[in-house]
Design a protein around this ligand. Structure first.
Ligand code: T68
Length: 848
């Protein structure tokens, strides 16, 4: 222990710390040089760009950690109610640039390093993405942490520190996805702080011992003792998250699994060396890899282990913090709010009940009332196949005590339902947390609903479906108030200021300040300039610059088989997102074929009228999702044929690009370069979408269905006149599905022609695709591609027409951007804070 009783000693500490926090030029230079020598053991003579990045990163990290410690101390002293955001995914992307911008140190670093012969900005590209997420759900968690920090909320993120993030995608033979491991920690990660001092045991398997009355798990006498058969350690790694223009730095705590002991000494001494090491392997397996499925549950034992490992460690951490306050348990919901990012962490509900009842001796009902007041659940999908269910048999083996608790939760719950609806057994069957069948299953979404005080969807249309369809019986039982909407949002710092500095600067110049970065509704003032000629020109110039830069990236990094550079004068049409049947990339590529066939047969005169287009695709398919991989193959086949068409004039009018390994960092390059982006899911299937917001914020227009957040985006920008809408409405979908399935309506000739062209072998051997295409025209068109197809090319024609009038197009682009204020993640987290968490900002005291 440091002896701080002497005032002089304390003052010395404070003075030195103040020095360390200084970010004047010479302090930055000192810190940088110090890291080059003592962290990296290098010198200016052997320092490459990556080394320079590492030294700079360590120097920035030092700054971050000071503010982070101050924030955490401030929270501890102020002791507000905190919210814990539990997510199995955080899709962070890169950190350094975001960090120096949020902390307002970019210029200082730039200047300091320039004097030393280094261009700070070029070092950003050396950083590997932290890609511990699949798609929208993981990126949403990252955006929310940025906003929570910016608004000084007392929040803490919890997640898993996977050794391997989302796989790296490469395209083999110019057409097929192959997956490579993403070993992102190869060169260590400067943005985390290993907390070997923060570790908890986590148990699995084993048996449950009845209490003395021999009625463990029985109503009225539920306490029992669980004796796990296997233990691992959860070790904390902390990731500091700086807010923008504030001293608040929040924390994301990621758990890594380690063995209880390095190896089993007794087997070691018995000469069983391999066995002694195997235990270490088994433990480390738990957080080894992120499951690469989006909108489909994995159903694997290891995934369930991950989920329990996560909530068990997290709750020990949260309850340890609470216990330091010496408050009665009744205070728990006044100090702790837990947000479940989908059902993935919903075992936390059961775990908290278990800890309260079995370990702290609370009565069942008292404990359960507390649990329900602590938890809230965000639903991200209504697709039935995407809802998590676990076999009771698996749960019983891995978590025997939890399984009994779930049965009890269900029993009490169904009794209360029966009281309201006596004798309605059909209702009990529908609402049971346990699904009966040849294999009993635990419905995690129902567990999450029953164990939470509030359930939210992520866009208005989605929340309506959650209330009226997915959880209809529950809304009837609990009342509508339990089900709320919080429309998703994105952080304008990363998605405009960092990703598109050119547009950010233009907006700031025109608005006269950068206040919009903290209050995005300020953008509405741009509307006044939508027709301003000078402004329009500058606006177009930014888009041109970004398109040229993307064209350059494609030329350098995407295998274009000698096709030459893409024409950055063409209209850039982008669809980048996870590949899924409901997102209908298949419809997009069929539309591309349709356009290609039309151009092929067009006369020279007709061709003069055609707007040149570059179709840009990107996205990963879950490795086990056959149809998604087939769609990637088809896109690439079509691409290869179109781009190699012997008709050079045609090639000027249409071009297809598949950008491999779509990621946060690639999104930051691609999104600012888009003229039009595609959000074309079957109405009622995309919960929200968040890239749609990113595209529009960057002045891109939308082509889309009335689905997810598209609906609200259209409202906020001033109606569907400012975007390109087509397709069936959500209310029509059920009926259309029945029609397609049973009555087989006439298939549109244009669609038939496209399918015939593919089947004829025009895009190579068609045998891999025949099944997929035949299903569409028989009874397998679940996502209604044949139904929406005729109106899709028609909407694309409206896009072309609008693009020809560049003044009109630019006005639309400006008005689109001006309407995006509502879609800031700042607004979303404020909604959560008010409607769900009941927490207030806890800003740091002004620094002396
Ligand atoms: C997405 N969901 C929604 N899931 O599809 C999207 N799933 O509409 C929405 O905007 C976004 O969430 C944010 O609310 C996902 O991204 C997953 O990635 C996922 C991961 C594991 C298991 C299931």
């Amino acid at each position: 222990e440091v002896d701080l009783s002497n005032i002089a000693t304390l003052e010395l500490w404070n003075k030195i710390r103040k020095d360390c926090e200084s970010v004047d030029t010479s302090s930055i230079q000192r810190s940088f040089v110090n890291h080059v020598y003592s962290t990296l053991a290098r010198t200016p003579y052997n320092l490459d760009e990556f080394g320079a990045y590492q030294a700079a990163a360590h120097s920035v990290r030092d700054q971050l950690i000071h503010k982070w410690i101050s924030t955490q101390q401030h929270f501890t002293r102020s002791n507000p109610k905190r919210v814990y955001y539990l997510s199995l995914e955080f899709l962070m992307g890169r950190t350094m640039q975001n960090c120096v911008i949020n902390m307002d140190m970019e210029e200082a670093y730039s200047k300091a390093l320039r004097e030393m012969g280094l261009a700070f900005e070029t070092l950003y590209d050396q950083e590997t993405d932290a890609a511990l997420g699949n798609g929208g759900l993981g990126r949403l968690a990252a955006c929310y942490m940025d906003s929570l920090a910016t608004l000084d909320y007392p929040a803490l993120g919890y997640g898993l520190r996977y050794t391997y993030g989302i796989f790296e995608q490469r395209i083999r033979n110019g057409e097929d996805q192959v997956e490579y491991p993403d070993y992102w920690l190869r060169f260590t990660n400067p943005w985390e702080v290993a907390r070997v001092d923060v570790a908890y045991p986590v148990g699995f398997y084993g048996s449950v011992h009845n209490d003395s009355a021999g009625r463990a798990g029985q109503p009225g006498q539920p306490a029992a003792r669980w004796e796990p058969a296997e233990f691992v350690q959860a070790v904390a790694y902390d990731v500091p998250i700086p807010g923008y223009d504030t001293d608040t730095v929040l924390n994301i705590r990621l758990w890594s699994s380690k063995p209880q002991r390095q190896f089993d000494l007794s087997s070691f001494n018995d000469g069983e060396y391999e066995k002694s090491v195997a235990e270490k392997q088994r433990a480390e397996n738990i957080t080894s890899v992120l499951y690469p499925n989006d909108n489909t549950p994995a159903g694997k034992e290891l995934r369930l282990k991950q989920q329990y490992f996560f909530v068990c460690a997290t709750l020990q951490d949260i309850l340890r913090r609470f216990s330091k306050l010496n408050l009665p348990w009744s205070e728990l919901p006044n100090k702790v709010g837990i947000q479940l990012n989908d059902t993935h962490p919903s075992l936390g509900i059961v775990e908290l009940q278990r800890v309260l009842v079995d370990e702290h001796g609370l009565e069942w009902d008292i404990a359960w009332a507390l649990v329900q007041r602590v938890y809230a659940y965000t639903n991200h999908t209504v697709l039935p196949e995407a809802l998590e269910c676990w076999p009771v048999s698996l749960m019983e083996r891995l978590l025997p005590r939890h399984m009994r608790i779930i049965f009890d939760i269900n029993l009490y719950f169904l009794r209360s339902v029966e009281q309201r609806f006596p004798g309605d057994y059909e209702r009990l069957r529908r609402m049971s947390i346990i699904e009966e069948g040849h294999q009993q299953m635990v419905r995690m979404a129902y567990l999450a609903v029953v164990g939470s005080h509030t359930v939210n969807g992520v866009a208005r249309i989605h929340s309506d479906l959650v209330r009226s369809k997915l959880f209809r019986d529950f809304a009837e039982f609990y009342g509508d108030d339990k089900f709320v909407n919080i429309t998703n949002g994105i952080t304008p710092r990363r998605w405009l200021h960092v990703a598109n500095p050119q547009l950010s600067a233009l907006i700031t110049k025109r608005l006269g300040s950068n206040r919009w970065l903290k209050d995005l509704t300020e953008l509405s003032r741009l509307k006044a300039f939508a027709d301003d000629e000078d402004f329009q020109q500058e606006w177009r110039q930014v888009k041109r610059t970004r398109k040229e830069s993307l064209a350059e990236y494609i030329q350098k990094h995407v295998d274009t088989a000698g096709e030459g550079p893409v024409n950055s004068e063409a209209l850039f049409d982008v669809q980048v997102k996870r590949i899924h049947e409901y997102k209908r990339q298949l419809m997009n590529i069929l539309g591309v074929v349709h356009r290609y066939l039309r151009i092929k047969e067009a006369s020279a005169e007709e061709r003069r009228d055609i707007v040149p287009r570059v179709f840009i695709f990107g996205g990963k398919a879950a490795p086990g999702y056959h149809t998604a991989k087939l769609i990637i193959k088809l896109i690439n086949r079509v691409k290869n044929v179109i781009n190699a068409d012997p008709d050079a004039e045609l090639r000027k009018l249409i071009r297809v690009v598949y950008i491999p390994n779509y990621s946060v960092t690639l999104a930051e390059r691609i999104i600012p370069a888009s003229d039009i982006s595609e959000h074309i899911s079957t109405a009622g299937t995309e919960a929200s979408g968040t890239s749609n917001m990113k595209f529009v914020l960057n002045g891109g227009l939308l082509i889309g269905t009335r689905d997810g957040a598209n609906v609200e985006i259209a409202e906020h920008i001033g109606g569907w006149d400012l975007a390109f809408e087509f397709g069936a409405k959500a209310e029509e979908v059920d009926d259309l599905r029945n029609k397609v399935r049973y009555l087989r309506p006439e298939i549109h000739p244009a669609f038939r022609r496209v399918v015939e062209a593919i089947k004829s072998g025009q895009f190579g051997d068609s045998s891999p695709f025949v099944n997929m295409l035949d299903r569409l025209v028989s009874d397998g068109d679940y996502y209604l591609i044949t139904v929406d197809f005729p109106s899709y090319p028609e909407a694309q024609e409206r896009v072309d027409a609008a693009y020809k009038d560049q003044k009109k197009w630019t006005r639309m682009s400006i008005e689109n951007c001006a309407g995006m204020g509502f879609f800031s993640a700042d607004r979303s987290v404020q909604d959560y804070a008010k409607k769900i968490w009941g927490i207030n900002p806890c800003p740091p005291p002004p620094s002396k």
